[in-house]
Ligand binder design. Structure first.
Ligand code: HEM
Length: 186
């Protein structure tokens, strides 16, 4: 059997170059794209739907949301990000193994740009966005319990860091997505 990109061609004379479905390839691509949707979806939802509308809630409702819902959303997005990277690497390994020539093809070069960007997005997300959102959750939980952990200024600073970081991550993720899709059709 010869693997050529996405399809597998049988090498036997009585089945000349008949493409068959590669189940593992399909499963890895499905898992990679699904987790990428979770990562990008979580980032889009938090940045554009949840963040700008929190001000419409009463202070207590907003504190409750930040203390009880936001940390779960952040954990979901974090898990999706980790799975995207893991399935992406597994896909890369499965498709091209030790064949370095892939990286000198157009698809390989575009995927390499996407991988570097994905790593930068993950670094910003894990060092800046996730800790800031989790801090907001903790401060809100403290305020709800009456034990006021940290000042409103701490909350504002964490919210600003989370918002700035989210915009950076989203921007990088959208370029990464464009690179991955370009590689897929190259
Ligand atoms: C370490 C990180 C990543 C690695 C190693 C990786 C690897 C890959 C590989 C090898 C492919 C197949 C490309 C081809 O068909 O030639 C792919 C496809 C894809 N990747 Fe990634 N990827 C990563 C991160 C991401 C991220 C962050 C996103 C989303 C924002 C993403 C979205 C996609 C999509 C949508 C496809 C399908 C493209 C298509 O077939 O049209 N990937 N990825």
């Amino acid at each position: 059997m010869i693997k050529i990109g996405r399809s597998v061609h049988l090498k036997y004379k009585w089945l000349p170059r008949r493409p068959v479905t590669d189940i593992v390839l399909a499963a890895l691509t499905f898992a990679h794209v699904l987790s990428a949707m979770g990562w990008l979806g979580g980032a889009l939802l938090t940045t554009f739907a949840v963040g700008p509308n929190l001000g419409k809630l009463t202070q207590t409702a907003s504190l409750e949301f930040n203390a009880r819902v936001l940390p779960n959303m952040v954990r979901f997005t974090r898990a999706a990000a980790v799975l995207t990277l893991l399935f992406g690497l597994a896909l890369l390994g499965y498709m091209y193994g030790l064949d370095n020539s892939y990286f000198s093809s157009t698809a390989g070069m575009v995927v390499s740009v996407g991988i570097i960007l994905a790593i930068v997005a993950a670094a910003v997300g894990f060092s800046m966005v996730i800790p800031s959102f989790l801090k907001i959750g903790k401060l809100a939980a403290g305020a709800l319990e009456g034990g006021q952990q940290g000042s409103p200024q701490d909350m504002m600073a964490a919210a600003k860091r989370a918002r700035t970081g989210s915009m950076i991550v989203l921007f990088i993720l959208l370029i990464t997505l464009a690179a991955m899709v370009t590689a897929g059709v190259s």
